[in-house]
Design a protein around this ligand. Structure first.
Ligand code: F6P
Length: 546
């Protein structure tokens, strides 16, 4: 297998990047009045403007050649048809089947999993309706008013991000709370105001071995049984979502209360499965279906649109261009929509757990830089915190700006202010302002030369900072589904281009293993002498104070 940097399109891009390093977007916009039309794509759910990147038609042509040379389309088809593209774990990658509204047959090890999808959707529908309609009763015969979803990583971030984004679409017949942290403060705070008679716990864990989740679930079970004085209450208050049915049953959850998951769904791509049960309960099954439909719309687009207008392909290429070829180290996700306040946390897991790796499919070291650090915050809050860095630091941080044409909660005057900032920021990041202009502006304000000499260098913004703009019509289950699927496929394409195994996560194992050993030592009060002196010193310091 040839390393990517030996491909002719890669080498052409390396040479082209040298030319483009001194190219100013401002000039590109001045030279081409059609630049926006040239570098934007409109889909039913959103518009993507990527014209504010350091690219020309030649750049995109070379990037599209890279897509061809790395067989992205063939890999995409392999994913959708159930080939085991997760090579290190010998698994298919079929989160797309969970939202295939046509339920086309797809086979995994000879089994048509579209049948499993239909079955689980029926189960999610029936169960969520029963809870929402007050027909699922707690141990004392009361209806469920609160769901506490216990899970971490992919078993938490997706459902929580979605339920919080779509709060305005809930009739609030059932409230949903999340516990992900093993820090007891979180579960204590969540449980304190709740009445055990009316709480349903959903323990979401694909493996059902995650220590933090099991610890939280045990605490929840104790809380329930100490109030009900009856262990049979567990049957009415505990549901599990897992591909490890045996462990869930061993834990004490009734078999019929375990919702299936499968190894062909990666944790960070699982909100479309029964892991999304809290979403269905909170919003109703109809809205959950709309979320799936929105994602399916992008699946269709990803499979059928030519690469030149294929939005996940374009986003992936721009990330590779900005990071691998132009040297950016991080990328910001900046939503200008309160609903998306958890999006960057969600995207951190989605992209960094998928592609934050340094060996290729053959296990060989990758010489080029791969994916950036993903970070971000709601745009307006960020403006008053870290945008200084985005505008003037020596490090270039490409950013995705995500906004909505209409607010889900219109409040007079607010949306205009929000969107004015949204538009102004990408413009400012692209245009910047040079010293000559800064001096002229200060002069026009009547400032004296001495002051101008002192301040002018500090007010220069070099500009030329790349951004993508994604504009949704409005946050809705459908458009949110599309947005998430857009990024999922972007991550997939990025992985193929960079030759990364996007669907495993071995990098989380080492720390987990060591934590298990140290926990045992802490419990037994017997600190091993095999730790380094820092770790031993810290543990001893901790022990002396407890
Ligand atoms: O530790 C990382 C991880 O394995 C993620 O990949 C996963 O989403 C999360 O933990 C939770 O795992 P599980 O659903 O098996 O509890």
């Amino acid at each position: 297998m040839l390393p990517r940097n030996s491909l002719s399109s890669w080498q052409a891009l390396t040479a082209h990047a040298k030319e483009m390093k001194n190219q100013y977007m401002k000039e590109l916009f001045e030279d081409d009045k059609e630049r926006f039309e040239q570098f934007s794509v409109q889909l039913p759910s959103f518009m993507l403007d990527y014209s504010k990147n350091i690219i020309t038609k030649k750049t995109m042509k070379l990037l599209f050649a890279l897509v061809k040379e790395t067989d992205v389309e063939q890999w995409r088809d392999k994913m959708f048809t159930g080939e085991e593209i997760n090579k290190t774990e010998n698994r298919s990658v079929l989160h797309t089947a969970l939202r295939d509204t046509s339920h086309k047959a797809v086979f995994v090890k000879g089994r048509d999993i579209s049948e499993d999808v239909k079955t689980i959707l029926i189960k999610i529908r029936a169960f969520s309706e029963k809870v929402r309609e007050g027909k699922w009763l707690g141990y004392s015969g009361k209806r469920i008013t609160d769901v506490v979803s216990i899970g971490v990583g992919g078993s938490n971030l997706g459902p929580q991000m979605v339920t919080e984004a779509l709060e305005q679409y809930s009739d609030n017949s059932v409230k949903v709370h999340y516990v992900s942290n093993v820090d007891g403060t979180q579960i204590a705070n969540v449980l304190r105001p709740l009445n055990p008679e009316k709480v349903l716990f959903i323990v979401s864990s694909k493996t059902f071995t995650t220590t933090e989740t099991i610890t939280n679930a045990k605490t929840a079970m104790q809380w329930l049984t100490s109030s009900s004085f009856d262990s049979s209450a567990v049957a009415k208050h505990f549901i599990a979502v897992s591909s490890n049915k045996a462990n869930a049953i061993d834990f004490g959850i009734l078999e019929e209360n375990v919702f299936d998951m499968w190894d062909w769904v990666g944790g960070r791509f699982s909100l479309w499965s029964a892991i999304g049960l809290p979403i269905a309960i909170y919003l109703g099954f109809e809205k959950f279906s709309e979320l799936l439909e929105g994602a399916n719309e992008i699946d269709q687009h990803f499979c059928n649109a030519p690469i030149e207008t294929n939005t996940p392909v374009i986003l992936a290429l721009l990330s590779v261009w900005n990071c691998t070829f132009l040297g950016a180290q991080s990328q910001a996700i900046l939503p200008y929509d309160q609903s998306l306040h958890m999006l960057s946390a969600y995207m951190q897991q989605a992209e960094m757990e998928s592609n934050g790796k340094s060996v290729n499919w053959n296990g060989q070291h990758i010489e080029y830089s791969t994916v950036p650090t993903i970070w971000g915050e709601l745009g307006i809050n960020g403006q008053h915190a870290f945008y200084q860095y985005l505008h003037q630091s020596n490090n270039i941080v490409p950013a995705d700006f995500i906004g909505s044409v209409k607010s889900v909660t219109p409040v007079k005057g607010h949306h205009e202010t929000l969107m004015a900032n949204f538009f102004a920021q990408t413009q400012a990041l692209m245009l910047g302002v040079d010293e000559q202009q800064v001096r002229a502006d200060l002069k026009a304000k009547g400032r004296v030369d001495k002051y101008i000499d002192k301040v002018a260098p500090h007010k220069v913004h070099k500009g030329n900072r790349p951004t993508n703009t994604i504009l949704l019509e409005r946050i809705s289950p459908h458009s949110l589904g599309s947005l998430i699927a857009l990024y999922e496929h972007k991550i997939f394409v990025q992985g193929i281009i960079l030759q990364i195994c996007s669907f495993d996560q071995w990098g989380v194992e080492l720390g987990k293993g060591l934590a298990n050993e140290i926990q045992k030592e802490l419990e037994e009060g017997n600190i091993s002498n095999k730790h380094d002196s820092s770790t031993t010193g810290l543990i001893k310091f901790y022990q002396n104070y407890i």
